[in-house]
Ligand binder design. Structure first.
Ligand code: PXP
Length: 243
């Protein structure tokens, strides 16, 4: 299991004052020191937290892997092909949303995927960057992702995170989607809304090989520091895995 820490919200605090602290690159180094396998950032079109320069500095500085989350905006796809992070995860983006609210919509366009997405996936793969799609745990979305020729999918765990206390159904959907995706030859990742309280059931799904966790870790880091927060999450994930 690879464990990636999303440091977007370190930049959120910095951008609240448009100053130079706290530095997401310094936080990323702390995450690595505490055992993170990689760092994730989302360069949003509105640049509300992570800035282009942060991505440049992360690429030049971190010793693990960078997973860049992005929508299909031309300038951001161009940055991804120039900087060539380890992985590009395509996400849907709406300016008014507080966070990414659902997976990519691969199901509604009469069987044809969004041509901008097809082009963007092709561009990053040609640049040697692994391509992943952030999707809901839905069987048509998985089939269409496989047809697009991506390397991986990231299953949106938001519904599970919102309802895990009162229903087993969202976890069962994630487990079934993970099996289907692995069966279709896709690497399976998961993330969104995972916390110290709900991570273990998702980490225990054997087909899931990568988790992306941000808000909960950055929140905890305010109390115990980034290294402590990452170590605690890492221990929970490790305890949930049998392999
Ligand atoms: N995975 C994806 C694709 C995301 O967009 C996000 C949020 O940026 C995360 C994982 C991390 O979500 P959270 O901050 O809720 O842990």
């Amino acid at each position: 299991m690879r464990f990636f820490v999303n440091v977007d919200h370190v930049a959120t605090v910095r951008q609240a004052r448009r100053t130079d602290e706290p530095d997401p690159v310094a936080a990323a180094i702390g995450c690595e020191r505490a055992g993170a396998d990689g760092i994730t950032v989302h360069l949003r079109e509105d640049r509300r937290h992570i800035q282009d320069q942060d991505v440049e500095r992360l690429c030049a500085t971190i010793s693990t892997m960078l997973n860049l989350e992005l929508a299909t905006a031309d300038d951001i796809v161009a940055l991804a092909t120039r900087l060539r992070p380890h992985q590009a995860t395509f996400v849907p983006e709406r300016r008014e949303e507080v966070t990414t609210e659902g997976g990519l919509d691969l199901t509604s366009a009469k069987g044809h995927p969004d041509p901008r997405l097809v082009e963007a996936v092709e561009a990053v793969r040609q640049a040697g960057v692994r391509a992943s799609l952030f999707i809901d745990p839905d069987s048509t979305a998985i089939e269409r992702s496989a047809a697009l020729g991506v390397d991986a999918i990231e299953l949106h765990t938001g519904e599970y995170a919102n309802h895990y206390r009162d229903s087993d159904a969202p976890l069962a959907r994630l487990a079934e989607a993970a099996r289907q995706a692995r069966g279709a030859g896709l690497a399976v990742h998961a993330g969104h809304g995972l916390t110290y309280h709900n991570v273990q059931a998702v980490a225990a799904i054997p087909e899931i090989e990568e988790l992306n966790i941000g808000h909960s870790i950055v929140s905890r880091s305010i109390l115990v520091g980034i290294e402590g927060a990452v170590s605690e999450m890492r221990a929970l994930i490790a305890a949930a895995r049998v392999d």
